[in-house]
Design a protein around this ligand. Structure first.
Ligand SMILES: NC(=O)c1ccc[n+]([C@@H]2O[C@H](COP(=O)([O-])OP(=O)(O)OC[C@H]3O[C@@H](n4cnc5c(N)ncnc54)[C@H](OP(=O)(O)O)[C@@H]3O)[C@@H](O)[C@H]2O)c1
Length: 282
């Protein structure tokens, strides 16, 4: 690992208000880097659904951090990453840091596109984020005290979005991470039930975990009026990605940063203090 700092240069963070992107932005700002948020409501308007916004958004950028939305596994993502990569090359972008997902064939296709390009690149291939429990679709059921998921005994090495951001920022600001793929996970395997138990223990709350069959889960999401695309994605993640293929630890945080990955309990202690999991009182 060569952690020599490199010259500060314009960096556009796609998804810069999201779970990893907001943390990449905050860390770059702290280092005094010129950083721009690229999203529908960002400093640079960028909409994955409207390609006419892409060129203007990446003008004058040296580096792109790419967090695709909603997920690299959805139909159209591979084509979007191919088009963006070509546009980046044509517009003088030098480096691309791609956030990828572990165990997703489509995400691995996207990685290959970036790796085959003439751009300098770093790939951060992540397992499921801790922050899905506090900033994502699991927050509402946790606050309500009842989490029903189609997930049983297969464990996942959940990872901290802070660690992902730290790896991405090292890749952007230091020499030595060029043309590297960091596979990042947390330091231990946990089932969803165990993760919910830890949150319950640390917050002093009773949060019931219920394993439900996939079809019942899909019906539940439908009843909550969630979009068919979202229901497809969640079903895909719970059937395809959570089938045990990712039930092993990865060493990317240690490789990139020279320190171990953050433990789930430390994240829970840190997050509980913000009150995000407190029950809503009338
Ligand atoms: N969640 C996980 O556990 C996990 C694990 C591994 C990999 N990943 C990867 O992480 C990426 C994002 O994950 P996430 O679910 O955690 O989302 P997120 O980062 O929380 O995404 C929200 C961000 O996306 C922007 N956004 C939403 N719709 C957009 C659009 N149409 N065009 C441009 N920007 C848009 C939002 O800003 P605006 O509202 O301003 O547009 C916001 O900045 C995905 O590529 C996924 O494959 C996720």
């Amino acid at each position: 690992m060569n952690s020599t700092p490199i010259n500060k240069s314009n960096t556009l963070v796609l998804g810069g208000k999201g779970k990893t992107g907001s943390r990449v932005v905050a860390r770059l700002q702290q280092l005094g880097w010129p950083v721009f948020v690229g999203s529908r409501s960002g400093d640079r308007i960028f909409d994955w659904e409207d390609r006419s916004t892409w060129s203007a958004a990446i003008q004058d950028m040296h580096t792109l951090y790419v967090s695709y939305f909603p997920d690299l596994a959805v139909p159209g993502a591979v084509d979007a990453i191919r088009t963006l990569t070509d546009l980046a090359i044509a517009n003088g972008v030098q480096k691309l840091v791609l956030l990828s997902g572990r165990g997703e064939a489509e995400a691995q296709e996207c990685e290959k596109i970036v790796m085959a390009s003439p751009l300098d690149y770093t790939i951060v291939r992540a397992s499921w984020f801790f922050q899905n429990f506090s900033e994502g679709y699991l927050l509402e059921p946790i606050v309500a005290g009842h989490v029903a998921l189609p997930a049983g005994d297969i464990p996942e090495p959940f990872v901290d979005a802070e660690d992902i951001a730290a790896v991405a920022v090292a890749a952007i600001t230091e020499a030595g991470h060029s043309r590297r793929l960091y596979e990042v996970s947390g330091p231990r395997l946990l089932t969803f039930k165990e993760a919910i138990e830890i949150i319950g223990r640390q917050t002093g709350r009773t949060i019931v975990y219920e394993q439900v069959p996939m079809e019942a889960y899909k019906a539940m999401l439908k009843a909550y009026d969630l979009s068919p695309d979202f229901i497809w994605l969640i079903s895909y993640l719970f059937t395809e990605v959570l089938d045990g293929r990712n039930a092993s630890l990865a060493n990317g945080v240690q490789e990139a940063l020279g320190r171990p990955a953050t433990d789930f309990t430390d994240y829970v202690k840190r997050t509980a203090g913000s009150g995000v999991w407190d029950p809503i009182t009338a």
